[in-house]
Design a protein around this ligand. Structure first.
Ligand code: APR
Length: 317
């Protein structure tokens, strides 16, 4: 049959539900498998009434992880606990690390050829956790593991457009590094837009800590869900198009990458060209201003720590 099987793990959550809705509307999805520890039969029944071709199934509880995953081409993982005010993404580490490790073990066992898209935070550490689990099972293919960082780019376009009076869809910002605080590096010098140094510093800070605006506004009830779901659906759609053979599809994403390896960071986000096997070509960072070079150095120091924490979580276990 035309289309791919996409599994969403954590499908009943704040990100999982709108993400599943957007995927149900995607014509490249033939089967949508929804997994969570709560509520997935209800979410699946609800979505299944939408008159698009994707067949929706709901799977609840650990004993149904195998049936949820078997045959999946793409697995998107937003499972976990969200941030509360005052928490950084790194504060989520212990809870989410355990959840992601268990789900990665399931993926290694039931869908070893699937593409894995990680949304659960802290992405800088959860992606290395998944890599280590897959390595332990002998099924790690770096071309099929992605940390979803699209929201950083989406936010960067929106925030730049807001101060420059532009249509955000026409603003393209290359955001590199990782997906938390100082590891997020927007390369505003590559946009072709003129900024004052004050604008650059304020925009950089807003892009790095944009997620905190949502955490604060939600007043203790969670972090970004709707914008994250849209960004996750956008990335999934791009990957599905590439898997179908469309050429020239480029998305920002956090992958196993040579870009900062000599500085000790095995995973790094830059623009990546996607192909039928997942990662086809990793773009370099490109030219940086002096200010960006300084931030790059800071980003790599922090990123190395985040990656090591994820690796150690699996290796030390
Ligand atoms: N297996 C599957 N699903 C799980 C598990 C598990 N072991 N543990 C928790 N979940 C589910 C929850 O039942 C819930 O439905 O994950 C979902 C998480 O939803 P929310 O609590 O609403 O959190 P959300 O805002 O969606 O954020 C989830 O994504 O961006 C990140 O920082 C965010 O790490 C957080 C994650």
């Amino acid at each position: 049959m035309h289309g791919k099987k996409v599994a969403v793990l954590g499908a009943a959550g704040g990100i999982g539900q709108p993400l599943s809705l957007l995927l149900k509307l995607n014509p490249l999805v033939s089967e949508l498998s929804l997994y969570d520890i709560v509520n997935t039969p209800g979410v699946a029944a609800d979505l299944s009434h939408i008159n698009t071709p994707a067949k929706v199934t709901g799977h609840k509880g650990a004993e149904s992880l195998g049936e949820a995953l078997t045959g999946s081409d793409v697995i998107v993982i937003p499972a976990g606990v969200p941030r509360k005010p005052g928490m950084t993404r790194d504060d989520l580490f212990n809870t989410n690390a355990n959840i992601v490790k268990t789900l990665a073990e399931g993926a290694a066992k039931y869908a070893p050829k699937a593409h894995l898209l990680i949304i659960s935070n802290p992405v800088n550490s959860t992606v290395p956790i998944v890599a280590e689990v897959l390595k332990k099972h002998g099924v790690f293919d770096p071309a099929r593991l992605f940390g979803v960082t699209s929201l950083d780019v989406v936010r960067a376009s929106t925030f730049v457009a807001a101060i420059k009076g532009k249509n955000p869809e026409d603003v393209h910002v290359h955001v590199v590094g990782g997906h938390s605080g100082v590891t997020i590096l927007p390369l505003l010098s590559q946009t072709g837009i003129k900024f004052t140094q004050d604008e650059i510093e304020k925009l950089t800070h807003r892009i790095q800590y944009g997620g905190d605006e949502v955490v604060k506004a939600k007043d203790g009830t969670g972090s970004a869900t709707l914008s994250m779901a849209q960004a996750g659906a956008r990335f999934t759609n791009s990957l599905l198009k590439a898997l179908e053979g469309q050429k020239g599809i480029v998305e920002p994403t956090f992958v196993f990458s040579p870009v900062a390896q000599k500085e000790g960071a095995d995973f790094f986000a830059t623009n990546v060209e996607l192909g039928t096997g997942g990662v086809a070509k990793i773009h370099p960072v490109g030219p940086m201003s002096d200010y960006e070079q300084k931030l790059y150095a800071e980003a790599v120091v922090e990123l190395k720590k985040n990656i090591a924490k994820g690796v150690q979580f699996v290796k030390g276990a």
